[in-house]
Design a protein around this ligand. Structure first.
Ligand code: HEC
Length: 125
C-alpha cells in the first residue's frame, strides 16, 4: 500500500516536471530566438554578438544582477519594453546582419521569458 502510494508520488512528480517544462518551452524559445545571440545560452554574456556592442552584453548571472532582479523583479521585462539602452540593441543586430523577425509580444510571452531567464539565473553559479 505504502509502496504504491510512494510510486504514484514519483509519477506525479514526473508529470509535474514535464508540464512545467512544457509551459516554459515558450520562454526558452523566445530567449533563444531574441536574446541568446548576445546574452548567450548560459545568460552569462557569451553569445556571438556579446562583444559587438559597447558596453558588451553583461553577465546576468552575477551576484550583483541576482540582487538587482530580487530588488526589482521587473528588470528583465522592462529591459525589453522600455529599451533603456536606446537603439543599442537594434543597431548592434543591424550592424552584424542579424535579423530577428518582428514579434507582437503578449503578456504571457513576457511572463514566460521572465520565468525562463529567472530560473536559469537562479541555478547559475
Ligand atoms: C544585440 C545584443 C543584445 C540582444 C539581442 C539583447 N540584449 Fe540585453 N543587453 C545587451 C547589452 C549590450 C546590454 C547592456 C546595455 C547597457 O548597459 O546599457 C544588455 C542588458 C540587458 C539587461 C540588463 C538590464 C539592466 O538594467 O541591468 C537585461 C535584463 C537584458 N539585457 C535582457 C535582454 C533580453 C530579455 C533580451 C531578449 C528579448 C535581450 N536582452 C536581447 C545586448 C543585447
Amino acid at each position: 500500500m505504502n509502496r504504491i502510494f510512494i510510486a504514484s508520488l514519483g509519477v506525479l512528480a514526473l508529470v509535474h516536471t514535464s508540464l512545467s517544462f512544457a509551459e516554459n518551452a515558450n520562454g526558452k524559445q523566445l530567449y533563444f530566438q531574441r536574446c541568446a545571440m548576445c546574452h548567450g545560452a548560459d545568460i552569462k554574456g557569451t553569445g556571438p554578438l556579446a562583444h559587438k556592442s559597447s558596453p558588451p552584453a553583461p553577465d546576468l548571472t552575477t551576484a550583483a544582477f541576482k540582487k538587482r532582479l530580487s530588488d526589482y523583479p521587473g528588470v528583465i521585462v522592462s529591459s525589453v519594453i522600455l529599451r533603456p539602452n536606446g537603439d543599442l540593441i537594434p543597431r548592434t543586430l543591424r550592424e552584424n546582419g542579424v535579423k530577428i523577425a518582428p514579434f507582437a509580444w503578449g503578456v504571457k510571452d513576457f511572463r514566460d521569458l521572465n520565468q525562463y531567464m529567472t530560473e536559469v539565473i537562479a541555478k547559475a553559479r
